[in-house]
Design a protein around this ligand. Structure first.
Ligand code: NDP
Length: 478
C-alpha cells in the first residue's frame, strides 16, 4: 500500500516540530499540521513569554538593590504596552524560525486542523484526506477552568499574555507551577496579587522545606497568599459591590485604587470559602491542564484514551494502534517541553532508525520560576524517607548580594542522600538562578554521584552554589 507521507505529525509544538524535522532528516516524507501558531504552548503561550515576563518582573527589586550598591537611580513605572509589543515581536520572530527550520528540513507545513479518520488517514479542516504510514499526535494540552458559578469570567495563562492592560489587582487560583509563577511575576510588575490555594501548601509534590520557603518569600514580597482557600462563587461586580466590599487592592481616597476610574461591572466579585467577599480586576485560573484529545477522531481510529483524556501509550510512545504514536502533553506523562522533545527524538529512533528507544523519565531536573526560583531533581525528603534510610544535608542562608543590599532573602540548598549507597537521591535549591544551578547538579545526580563525590568537588567561591559541596554534617537522618 502506498501512502501520501511516511509520517504525518499533528501539532506544531516543541515535540511535534522536533520529531518532524528529525524524521525528515532520515529521508522520510513528512508533513506537519498546525491549526494555530507554530511553536505550540512553550513558544506562543508558555515557557518563552512567561520567562520574558519573569525577567521584566525581576527589575522591580533592582532599583532598590542598585541604590544599595551606590547607584543613583529612580524607580519608574512599568509600561505593559511597550513590553508586550516587544514580547509579541519576539514570539513572531521565534514562530518564523520554527517555520524556517521545518521548511529547511523539507517538512511540508499544513496550516489546518487535522483529525484521525482511521489508522493511516487524517482528515484536514480543509476537507481533504491524506494518508500516512505513521501518524504522530502531538497536540499538547490546554488550561482547565473549574466548573463553578461565574468561572467563565476568569482568564487563564493563555489570556494573560494577550491582555491590553495590566490589571491593578488579580486573584490567582491554584497552587501549581503556573499559579505560583504568575503570582510572583504580576506582583513584581506592580499588580496587587491575591493567590488562593485549596491545599495546605503550594507546589504540592515538591520538597516540603523548599516549597515552604518559596511560599514564605512570596508572602514577604507582597503576594497575599491564602492556603486552604477556594472560590465559592464569582460574578461581575455591581456598583453596590464596589461601594460595599473590600477590593484586592489598597484603598485610596476612600475608594479602591484599581477601580476608581472604572464604572460598575469592570471588576469581578468573588466570594471565597474563608467567608470574604472582594472585588478584583481579574481572576486567573491556573488549576491544571488537560490533554487536547477532544474531537480528534481517536476513538474512531481505535486509539485508547485514559481517564483524564490522555492518549495511552507504551514506553515507545506507541498507542494501541500500531501506526499511531503520541508524544508530549497529550500523553500526560511529564508536562515539560524538553521531555516532549526527547519523546519525539525517541519516536524517530524507534520508528525511522530501527533502534527501539524508550524514553527515560527518571531524574528529570526542573525549575519553577517563582520568585525566588525553585530548582529540583530527584526525590524529595518526604519521598525518599518512605523508600530507604536517608541523610538530609541542608543549609539556609542570606546570600552575599542580598545581605549587602539589606534584603532579608534566604536561600536553601538541600541534598537527600541514601545511607546505604551514599548516592545523592535528590537536590533542591531555592534561590535566584536555581534553574541554572539545578541543570548542572542534575548531571551529577543523573550520573549517580555520591555525597562523597560532591564533597571531593572543589567549591567555586564566592557563589551560592558552593554550599552544595561544602555541607559537612547531615541536619537529620530519617
Ligand atoms: P498543576 O497541576 O501544577 O497545578 C494545578 C493547581 O490547581 C494545583 O495547585 C491544584 O490543586 C489546583 N486545582 C486543580 N483543580 C482545582 C479546582 N477545581 N479548584 C481549585 N484549585 C484546583 O498545573 P499548572 O496548570 O500549574 O501547570 C501544568 C503543568 O505545566 C505543570 O504540571 C508543569 O508540568 C507544566 N509547567 C511547567 C513549568 C516549568 O517547568 N517551569 C511552568 C508552567 C507549567 P491540588 O494541588 O490540590 O491538586
Amino acid at each position: 500500500m502506498t501512502f501520501d507521507y511516511d509520517l504525518f505529525v499533528i501539532g506544531g509544538g516543541s515535540g511535534g516540530v522536533r520529531a518532524a524535522r528529525v524524521a525528515s532528516a532520515t529521508g522520510a516524507k513528512v508533513a506537519l499540521a498546525e491549526e494555530y501558531r507554530m511553536g505550540g504552548t512553550c513558544v506562543i503561550r508558555g515557557c518563552v513569554p512567561k520567562k520574558l515576563m519573569v525577567f521584566a518582573s525581576g527589575y522591580s527589586e533592582m532599583f532598590d538593590d542598585a541604590r544599595s550598591y551606590g547607584w543613583d537611580v529612580q524607580d519608574g513605572p512599568f509600561d505593559w504596552t511597550k513590553f508586550s509589543g516587544k514580547m509579541n515581536a519576539e514570539l513572531n520572530r521565534l514562530e518564523g524560525i520554527y517555520r524556517k527550520l521545518l521548511d529547511g528540513s523539507d517538512v511540508e507545513i499544513i496550516d489546518a486542523r487535522a483529525k484521525l479518520k482511521d489508522p493511516h488517514t487524517v482528515t484536514l479542516s480543509t476537507g481533504q484526506d491524506v494518508t500516512a504510514k505513521h501518524i504522530l499526535v502531538a497536540t499538547g494540552g490546554r488550561p482547565v477552568v473549574p466548573d463553578m458559578p461565574g468561572s467563565e469570567l476568569g482568564i487563564t495563562s493563555n489570556d494573560i499574555f494577550l491582555l491590553e492592560d495590566m490589571p491593578k489587582s488579580i486573584l490567582i487560583v491554584g497552587g501549581g507551577y503556573i499559579a505560583s509563577e504568575f503570582a510572583g511575576i504580576l506582583n513584581g510588575l506592580g499588580v496587587a496579587v491575591t493567590q488562593f490555594y485549596r491545599g495546605a501548601q503550594i507546589l504540592r509534590g515538591f520538597d516540603d522545606e523548599a516549597r515552604g520557603l518559596v511560599a514564605e518569600r512570596m508572602r514577604e514580597k507582597g503576594v497575599d497568599l491564602h492556603l486552604g482557600t477556594n472560590i465559592v462563587e464569582m460574578r461581575a461586580a455591581t456598583a453596590d459591590d464596589l461601594a460595599g466590599v473590600q477590593t484586592g487592592v489598597p484603598m485610596e481616597g476612600g475608594k479602591p485604587a484599581s477601580l476608581r476610574q472604572d464604572s460598575a461591572g469592570h471588576g469581578i466579585w468573588v466570594k471565597s470559602t474563608n467567608g470574604t467577599e472582594k472585588v478584583y480586576d481579574q481572576v486567573m485560573f491556573a488549576t491544571g491542564r488537560a490533554p487536547n484529545t477532544d474531537d480528534m477522531g481517536l476513538q474512531a481510529a481505535g486509539v485508547e484514551v485514559g481517564r483524564r483524556g490522555e492518549i495511552v501509550v507504551d514506553e515507545y510512545s506507541q498507542t494501541a494502534v500500531p501506526s499511531i504514536y503520541a508524544i508530549g502533553d497529550v500523553t500526560n506523562r511529564v508536562q515539560l517541553t524538553p521531555v516532549a522533545i526527547r519523546e519525539g527524538m525517541a519516536f524517530v529512533e524507534t520508528v525511522f532508525k530501527g533502534n527501539p528507544t524508550a524514553v527515560d523519565h527518571e531524574l528529570i531536573p526542573s525549575a519553577v520560576f517563582t520568585q525566588p526560583e525553585l530548582g529540583t531533581v530527584g526525590l524529595t525528603e518526604e519521598q525518599a524517607r518512605d523508600i530507604e534510610p536517608i541523610e538530609v544535608y541542608a543549609t539556609s542562608f542570606k546570600p552575599m548580594n542580598h545581605a549587602f543590599a539589606g534584603r532579608d532573602d534566604r536561600v536553601l540548598m538541600k541534598l537527600i542522600v541514601s545511607q546505604a549507597t551514599r548516592k545523592v537521591l535528590g537536590c533542591h535549591i531555592v534561590a535566584d538562578h536555581a534553574g541554572e544551578m539545578i541543570q548542572l547538579a542534575g548531571i551529577a545526580v543523573k550520573m549517580g554521584a555520591t555525597k562523597e563525590d560532591f564533597d571531593r568537588t572543589v567549591a567555586v567561591h564566592p557563589t551560592m552554589a558552593e554550599e552544595l559541596v561544602t555541607m559537612k554534617e547531615p541536619v537529620r537522618t530519617a
